[in-house]
Write a protein that binds this ligand. Structure first.
Ligand code: GLU
Length: 293
């Protein structure tokens, strides 16, 4: 089952990102499969080559070897354009002039949809009534379909697919579209990533199906939380590999958090591969202790 790690090069990877990368690597390599790295660098305002280099250096330091060249979303515009054209020709897209604020303030988001789901304001709008001078985004006409996903860690997850954005109003292809097109194009069979993306998965499965692509299987890894129970951030302490100083210490910490070693035990990648069992992965967030950070 070919797998991948697909960070956005917007900063240093923290312990949570590194742990997800390790789990993704273990899934792929324990199955004797390829492990790919893709830089999700479509947002030019926040992605930099320096962050990419530091992220790749961290993966290398942890010995998370990958296959083939690193793929960059910023170089794959033609693939996303083709997918958007295909949906437009099938009558499945429409322009949307809503601002983020209008969407958040709209009274009726679809029932059971993820936060920020689109309420359908522009779905049947006459373009003659569009606000002047504001370029439109392009949305999928999804029809509020429900899609159930089987996740290897979380079990069944059921969600509403809203009229998600395919192309932002600055012309950039949207994350949900790019990820679906890329995973299919790169032959990714199993997506292993942080479980903050579980609510987006029904959208991505739906998108894959209507594009005639086979959706991958999914394993969403629980997040790492700071000792005060918040999502991990720089202010919580030494959260990056550079701040911790030692790749082997970080590997041991991550392995212990996954139940693959005793606290403080030195581990090799081979020993982790031998011990790895997807069924035994923790299903709860890893809450760091004050002495671990
Ligand atoms: N680029 C996304 C992130 O860094 C991950 C996308 C994915 O794994 O599907 O959060």
């Amino acid at each position: 089952m070919d797998g991948r790690f697909a960070p956005s090069p917007t900063g240093s990877l923290h312990l949570g990102n590194l742990r997800t990368a390790l789990v993704a690597w273990l899934f792929a390599r324990s199955a004797g499969s390829r492990f790919l790295v893709r830089m999700e660098d479509l947002d030019e305002s926040v992605c930099t080559p320096e962050h990419e280099q530091s992220q790749l250096a961290d993966l290398d330091a942890l010995r998370l070897s990958w296959d083939g060249p690193v793929v960059h979303q910023s170089e794959r515009g033609a693939l996303y354009d083709a997918a958007i054209d295909q949906l437009t020709e099938a009558g499945l897209t429409y322009p949307c002039w809503c601002s983020r604020r209008e969407i958040l303030e709209a009274p009726s988001a679809p029932h059971g949809a993820p936060p920020g789901a689109y309420p359908g304001t522009c779905r049947d709008r006459d373009p003659a009534t569009a606000p002047e001078g504001r370029p439109p985004a392009l949305r999928l006409r999804a029809g509020e379909t429900r899609v159930a996903v089987i996740d290897r860690i979380h079990g069944e997850f059921d969600g509403v697919v809203d009229d998600l954005v395919l192309r932002r109003n600055d012309g950039t292809p949207a994350y949900n579209l790019a990820v679906v097109v890329d995973d299919a194009d790169q032959g990714v069979e199993e997506v292993v990533r942080g479980d903050d993306l579980l609510p987006s998965t029904p959208r991505q499965v739906h998108l894959a199906r209507i594009l005639g692509l086979t959706p991958p299987s999914y394993a969403h890894v629980p997040l790492v939380l700071s000792p005060d129970g918040e999502r991990l951030a720089k202010r919580h302490g030494a959260v990056t590999l550079a701040e911790r100083g030692s790749a082997s210490e970080v590997r041991s910490l991550l392995a212990a958090s996954l139940g693959l070693s005793r606290p403080g035990e030195g581990v090799t990648m081979n020993s982790l591969l031998e011990r790895f069992d997807p069924e035994q992965l923790p299903r709860q967030p890893w809450v760091l202790r004050p002495d671990e950070i």
